[in-house]
Design a protein around this ligand. Sequence first.
Ligand SMILES: [Zn+2]
Ligand SMILES: [Zn+2]
Length: 659
Amino acid sequence: MTIKVTFPDGAARDYPRGTTGTTIVESISKSLAKKTVAMRWNGVLSDLSDAPEADGKIEFVTRDSGSKDVLELIRHDAAHVLAEAVQELWPTTQVTIGPVIENGFYYDFKRDEPFSEEDFPAIEKKMAEIINRGAAFSKEIWTRDQAKDFFATRGEAFKVELVDAIPADQSLKMYKQGQWIDLCRGPHMRTVKDVGTAFKLTKVAGAYWRGDSNNPVLSRIYGTAFATREELDAYLHMVEEAEKRDHRKIGQEMDLYHFQSEAQGSVFWHPKGFVLFNQMEAYIRRRLDKAGYQEVKTPQLMSSKFWEQSGHWGKYRENMFVVPDEVPGTEDEGPVLSGTGELMALKPMNCPAHVQIFNQGIKSYRDLPLRMAEFGCCHRNEAHGALHGLMRVRQMTQDDAHIFCREDQIQSETEHFVHLLYSVYGHMGFDNVVIKLATRPENFGGTIERWDAAEKALGDALRATGYDFEIAEGEGAFYAPKLEFHLKDAIGRSWQVGTLQLDYVLPERLDATYVAEDGTRHFAVMLHRAILGSLERFIGMLIENYAGRMPMWLAPTQVVVATIVSEADEYAEKLVSQLKAAGIRVELDVRNQKINYKVREHSVGKVPLMFVVGKREAEEGTVSVRRLGTEGQKVEPFMDALVALMAEATPPDLKEKAT
Ligand SMILES: [Zn+2]
Ligand SMILES: [Zn+2]
């Protein structure tokens, strides 16, 4: 009996049934076989040692391909090697699970004394030793009882629990590398040697078994691995750079904002931080105004009835802050609330409220598209542990807008939006934008015809803009496709920022209709779209992208006028009032401190410019200009420096208008 194997180039060959992937690749080319570590059989990532039973398509996964597959395999295998190394060094340690995660992998161990980073050199050395021994991965199929006995006799209580959780009729895969064996879904590469040398343990943390705080605490070791040393080094450099740029640290140095435990996940914006926030908001407001949007403001607190109608109560309630509509009791002893008041919720999003405004009065086809914008302050009940500085907050301000339009306007509105978004990102300093069109998922609502038409409209709009885009197959929302916009920052990290979500459902739920040309009523189509997403997060991202060195138009303080001697105080004060009159955000520093001290302090605060003045400058009407991040200074007539600064401080959209 033979099976027909089809190769990526379309060629096909017959092989005896029972031929392994290894043999197949060797029959093609010895050099290809040398670097092939796994295969995709009919699209499924598989062990190269598997022997296909029927006709199918084969793709070889080579170690040097740089693909996501290879990275996952390397990291998964590295996790196994880590576990083997730990048990070889500390035999009484119990193993649990060790998945691949973004940027690496971890393994959770049960050990009386938790691991510390001081253990890393020994573990890494042992891992290298194991990799060098080069044991092959081999797969065995066991019954559940076999596996249970095996782990029970070894005192691996957690593994026994894992085996128990697998349905009785399923067989189990056990992967062996030398003497070490683990329950695993696989697949794996050929041998542990394929892991290579580009791996590193990165940190330790405590973690509850199965994420449940009633369970024992495990010791989690994180690591990462790459195909090459160069890639690992580049990654480690990026992590180091990201730490230096951490917006939480820089935000404090720049005195922008703080958090405190009494208001978890909600920002206390300080004066300087709020200048930045307001600059961003003003900029977006100007852009939306020019792009034909109308700004609105909607209630923060709305009845649960309203959220039931919109569907959020059913699907989204666990993320909402729910409060009773009741006057609380004031007696010390009595209950604060009786619990009988109607339930209200802080809005987690603005969409249903915008529909209420749309629904005021009858809309005709001539009123569409109607672009409704709001700097919507939304609350989402994120777990405390999930909060992360400005990046993940509970109270956020979205640059939200909804476009109500006809079906035949989806394409032009999308195109219009994408141009606006690119222009905004460009002004913020981001040129590297990746667009993804997220298409119909397996579970979807509505008809295929409508999905096809919607995907085509979004795709055509993107093609018309001339920007490249990727298809994110099956990643659309349940009810309609969407566009995602990802930005690459200065150190190569990718951030999903903008979105455009098509929506037929909400207008139907909330009865948002318009009168068509023929006098019949139609449901409007809604486009939920955001460019920055949340202002908080975007500002966090900007801080990290620029390492706090904001472009002049966004800098909270644009210039400090600092004196060298007190004789220049009066001159400095005069300059400050002239700068203020010109609309420049300026601070005066006439403290009795050495100029080097002042320079150091303002550079920690990331002030882009300093005008240093002494006796000579006062006499000559000049300033010594010092720019953040550069050595030395340049003496200029004050007026020249002022004019140059005014030009530099002009927001980019207003600059364009001027030229
Ligand atoms: Zn595994
Ligand atoms: Zn929305």
